[in-house]
Design a protein around this ligand. Sequence first.
Ligand SMILES: *Cc1c(COP(=O)(O)O)cnc(C)c1O
Length: 469
Amino acid sequence: MNHSSFRRLPSIERLLQSLEAAGDLGRHPRRLVVACAREAVDRARRRLAEMPGSGAANVETLLVETRALLAERAAPSLARAINATGVVLHTNLGRAPLPEAARRAVADVAGYAVLEIDAATGIRGSRQAHVAGLLRELTGAEEGLAVNNNAAAVLLSLTALARGRDVIVSRGELVEIGGSFRMPDIMAAGGCRLVEVGTTNKTYLHDYEAALGPETALLVKVHRSNFALRGFVHDVEAAELAILGQRAGVPVLFDMGSGAFVDLTARGLPAEPTVASAVAAGVDVITASGDKLLGGPQAGLIVGRREPLARIRAHPLARAMRIDKLDLAALEATLRIYRDPERAWEEIPVLRLLARDIAALEAEARELAARAAEALGDTAEVEAVRTTSEAGGGALPGAELVSWAVAVRPRTGGPEIWDRRLRRHRPAVFARIADERLLLDVRTLDRSDVEPLIEALRAAAQPSTPPSV
Ligand SMILES: *Cc1c(COP(=O)(O)O)cnc(C)c1O
């Protein structure tokens, strides 16, 4: 190893003097500058250890590297992203993009707000009052409640209604949603005894009927919101189960998951049961997510009959799972839009993106491809291509939405390297890789994404960021 190269590497003190002279210490907290300077020197030392012939970095290089690290660390970590994956409900990118009205509502209540107080009388009230009426109005249910998310809605309902007793559920509906939400585990966490009936592919009403006993507290139906069963299949409809429940005096809980509030087939999308249809079918308790097909904030909705809802609301766990004011404001604003379903298709981004017109998508992809080709010059081949995207996030399983994308084939670097550069750009851009090309699906792009996206592509083609180890 060449020790003299290591000795030629500037010291942290020397680097800090240069940063001080250049005014960087005035712009950032000293601790942060010191940490970044130290990291820049460490990286240079590691590079030298790996490639002894490469020569020691000078102060100028280390200054550039320290500033790049400072820019990265000083910026917020949870920041906006550009979703060019075409996946409308992308869990890792925040699921549902909020409607404008919901964004305004969040900003409006960020300070003090009339959260749990009646402004007219000054009497303490419930935060649920802001959405309970809307949930009743929109679903036809007797009562409505919002909690932190749907996982909480299910766990709370099971605990409040069936702790220490039997819960009957079909083997075909013991699903896993995301890594940590598995129906049998949630049942166990709620202290319920799981009674499985039927088989993976077929469950009949008489299977549930035969399992009923004195210890039965609940009949549970779970919507298959992230996979599809095809072929030799039989399920029991919510309405049939509701009739059985009424006859036996046992309440029925339906975990709908994606929970649509409008008929999706009206815009040519695959059928998805609506919350109102489950209420009309006589289901006692329905749970659904606020940020899947509803297109609002993270929330869990519980609607249904007065009596079981009162027990759920009064359970001590309800306090631990309560919705915060920002989400509640966004939820109220989102629900208000549904008073006019036509408006919902226009103003709820999730619905608008799912129902996008294929000709418009093609036109946008061609326009974006032209802009990208101009920006990228001879660094990449660019063309508009037809592709398919998915709803994602546990909604419309198996449904392929025809879409359009801009395909970028880099002449140097390869799509993985460009993909990484796009993700490290601010705002970060998320794309797909297929057939050695980067695919930028226009379905999930907003008009306001175009300029920063072109900028990110330009930066990916001409990286100026220093090498990292
Ligand atoms: C998505 C989903 C859940 C979990 O909902 P979160 O809002 O993500 O907590 C539970 N059950 C079903 C059927 C789902 O689709």
